[in-house]
Every structure is written in C-alpha cells, then in structure tokens.
Design a protein around this ligand. Structure first.
Ligand code: GDP
Ligand code: MG
Length: 438
C-alpha cells in the first residue's frame, strides 16, 4: 500500500496544478491501493467519496500546494475513520472491573489477556481467569503466561465442566484477595458458531462485564471484518484488541473493522512477547497505512501556512488573466510560511523523487532574494512590470542588495510566465513557476 500511495502522491506533487481529472485519477489509485490493502470495498467507497468532497471543499485545485492538500485530506479521512482519540478502558468506580475477552481460536485471546493484565498491574491488582474448558492445554497456557507476567491466575477445579461455576469461583477468589480487575479468557472456535455464542451469552449474563473486548487477528484481513460484525451484533462489544499488527503489512483490517462496526480499537498487539501490547494509536496507524514520513507534521504545517485568507487571495489571483509580481510575492510568502523547505520536503513521502525539488530549485535563499527584489519595487511596478526599464532596474537591484542581472532574470521569468498564463487561458493548465537561477 505504501508504495502504491507513494506513487500516487509522488505524481500529484510533481504537478504545480491539478485538474479535476488529476484528482479523479489519484482517487482511483487511492481506491485501488486501499482495496489491495484489504480494506473492505464499502469502506473504501465511503472513504473515497469523503476525500473527494473534502478535497473540493478545500479548494484544493486552487491551492498552490494541491498535491500536499490531497495528502492531508486523505490522511485526515483515515484518522476520522479510525477515531483520532484513543479510547481508554472502562475502569469501574466500584471494583472489581470485569472484562471478557472473546474471539476466534488462535486470534490471540489468551496472549492478549495476559498482556493486558500485565499492563494493568501498574496501579491495579489484576486476576486472569481461564474459562476455556474445551482444551485443557488452554488453561495451562494461561497459567504459565500469567506466572511469567507476575499476575494472578484462577483456573477451573479439576473435573469442572460448567464455565459459570468457574466465573463464580473466580469472583470469590478475587474478592478474598482484593483483586480489582478480573479478565476472563474465553473459549474460541475456528469459526463463529452458535455453540460458542450461546456460551458467551451465558457468561456475559453471569459476569455483567464492563468491557467486552474482541481479540481479532489483523492478518486475517477481510475476515476480521465479518468476525467483528458477527461478535458485535451478538455481544455489543466495547472494544477491539487488534492482534498481530506486527505481521500485518497491509493495515487494512484496522480501518475495515472500525468503519464497519464502529467499535473502537483500544489496543494493538505488536509481538508475541508479554509486553508487546500498545494503546491503539490512530495517528500511527494512518501513517502506517499511508506509509508516510511525518504526515502529522506536514498536515499541521499546511494548516498553519494556508489561512483561509491566503487561499482566497491566491485563488482569486489565479483566476485573473494576468500574473504580476504581487501574485509572485504571495506565492513566495506562502512557500516561506511552510518553514524550512528541506524540512517540509522531508515530510512529504516520495518528495525525493521529484527532481526539480531536489535540485534546490526552492532554495530558501533564492526565494528570499526574489522577495527582496519584488519588495524593492513600487506598487505600480509590481502591478505593471513593463514599466521597469534601465534606471528602475538599477534602483531595484541596489534596494534589494542584488544585481541588475538578477533583476533582469526575475523580470524575464515573470514575463514568460505571464505569456504562458495568457496563452493557456485562466485556470487551464497552470504552469508551475520556474525559479530563475539567481
Ligand atoms: P487464542 O486461541 O485466541 O487464545 O490465541 P493465543 O493467545 O493462544 O495466540 C495464538 C498465537 O498467536 C500464539 O502463538 C501467540 O503467540 C500469537 N500471538 C498473539 N498475539 C500476537 C501478536 O500481537 N503478535 C504476534 N506476532 N503473535 C501473536
Ligand atoms: Mg486461548
């Protein structure tokens, strides 16, 4: 997915101006990339629709950094979808807090139960309870893991076959020892079936849990979605633990699970070790899915740089049939507001592939020089560059601390740009400003 999106964004960013066709094309690519990453097609459809709408609202087309704007919009949509704020676990004000871990066999329930208990053992006294009576090995697995994590363990008495008795026993055990969080590890099945659901229903009724967490394997992709839907419709999940995120290069499961069920992902399992559990971080996941550098930083910079006013001013100037030095100055200022350019470039995934940018065409010193030249012009000169003849050129060069040659170059550049602009007609095929080599 990363490579696909890199490609899309690389193409966009290479362009100084985007037509609606470019955006459509890019969205098609985004769509394809998301589908390939195993994101559910319904989710993709909604996502792409939102991106399109938001891109249009933001007048991305009129912006001088359309490629980045599209990246920002895609990123924000992903974040929205994943719920940008982490959702904490519910801890009951009246202990004990009761949590039920559910999910298919092999999904990572037992491991996640212990990981979570260990995390909670800072500040709490957790107990993990083995309620998987179908496989004796499952009880031992939980016991061994709990021991190595140093958290309390409760298992069924020998010969116990009723899981409800185990629950009652565990509740008593925890009360006697003042354990304030109880995590019930349950029995999974290979697929969602009625027997398992009936058992879980009965357990839920007996426990009255504060949290019902579905542990779902991120690597199962689309299946994670149908599994989540099945569990949620029956059990009213309060959260998801997405396991094996470390092995999931595609990252689509997180998006899809969330978008289809609306159940927040609370934790992500990132390895087999007992400490390999992280609070689910939507920002990180969105970045992972987009395979990006510092997207957050980039989005923030773009937001700072493009105040509403700037956008209005720029888009109105771009609609004129003429480009004068005021327009150029506005563009330079916009570029400068984004901060040190090499920093901005680093944050854009794939920017290193855009040759012109790498060549230092946007060298801040050069921009500063060009700005100085423009600022040494009178308002009339800025509006009507044609009046700038010999003596005025000398004056401007002196005023800006540059040379007449540099002034000439900028004038020539401006005039060529203006010619092109007029030839193409406003709005059509806007040409990127070619920085003169000052
Ligand atoms: P359960 O049947 O749902 O209880 O699943 P288990 O907890 O027994 O886990 C099944 C397998 O997945 C075990 O080999 C775990 O070590 C492994 N596993 C669980 N969570 C993760 C994870 O986040 N990352 C990786 N790489 N492996 C995991
Ligand atoms: Mg298990």
């Amino acid at each position: 997915l990363k490579e696909r999106l890199d490609g899309v964004f690389g193409k966009l960013k290479g362009k100084g101006k985007l037509t609606e066709g470019d955006v459509q094309e890019a969205l098609r690519e985004v769509r394809r990339a998301l589908l390939e990453a195993d994101v559910n097609y319904k989710v993709v459809k909604g996502l792409v629709e939102n991106i399109r709408r938001r891109a249009m609202e933001r007048s991305v087309l009129d912006s001088i950094t359309p490629g980045q704007q599209v990246v920002a919009v895609v990123y924000e949509e992903l974040m929205d979808l994943m719920g940008s704020e982490p959702k904490p676990l519910t801890i009951s004000p009246k202990p004990p807090t009761l949590m039920m871990m559910v999910g298919l066999q092999g999904g990572g329930k037992t491991t996640s139960t212990v990981k979570l208990a260990k995390r909670l053992s800072k500040g709490h006294k957790p107990l993990v309870v083995a309620c998987d009576l179908r496989r004796p090995a499952a009880v031992d697995q939980l016991r061994v893991l709990a021991e190595s994590a140093g958290v309390g363990f409760y298992g069924p008495e020998k010969g116990e076959s009723d899981v409800l008795n185990v629950i009652d026993g565990a509740l008593r055990y925890a009360r006697d020892r003042l354990m304030d969080v109880i995590l019930f590890d349950t029995a999974g099945r290979l697929t969602v079936d009625d027997e398992m659901m009936a058992e879980l229903d009965a357990m839920k009724a007996r426990i009255a849990p504060h949290e019902i967490l579905l542990v779902v394997d991120a690597m199962t992709g689309q299946e994670a979605v149908s599994v989540s839907e099945a569990f949620h419709s029956r059990m009213d999940l309060t959260g998801v633990v997405l396991s094996k995120v470390d092995g999931d290069a595609r990252g689509g499961a997180a998006l899809a699970v969330l978008a289809t069920t609306g159940v927040p992902i609370k934790f992500a399992g990132v390895g087999e070790g007992i400490d390999a559990l992280e609070v689910f971080d939507a920002k990180r996941m969105a970045e992972r899915i987009m395979g990006m550098g510092d997207v957050v930083g980039l989005v923030e910079k773009i937001e700072q740089a493009t105040s509403e006013e700037d956008v209005k001013r720029l888009s109105s100037s771009l609609k004129k049939n003429k480009l004068d030095f005021n327009d150029l100055l506005a563009q330079f200022e916009q570029i400068e507001k984004m901060g040190p350019l090499d920093k901005v470039m680093e944050m854009i995934p794939g920017a290193d592939k855009i040759k012109e940018l790498k060549d230092g065409e946007m060298d801040p010193r050069r921009i500063a020089r060009m700005k100085a030249i423009i600022q040494s012009m009178t308002p009339e000169e800025r509006r009507s560059p044609a009046v700038i003849k010999g003596s005025r050129r000398r004056r401007i060069a002196q005023g800006s601390g540059t040379t007449v040659q540099m002034v000439n170059q900028l004038l020539k550049q401006q005039s060529q740009m203006n010619d092109l602009w007029k030839k193409m007609g406003k709005g059509k095929g806007r040409k990127k400003f070619q920085m003169p080599k000052l």
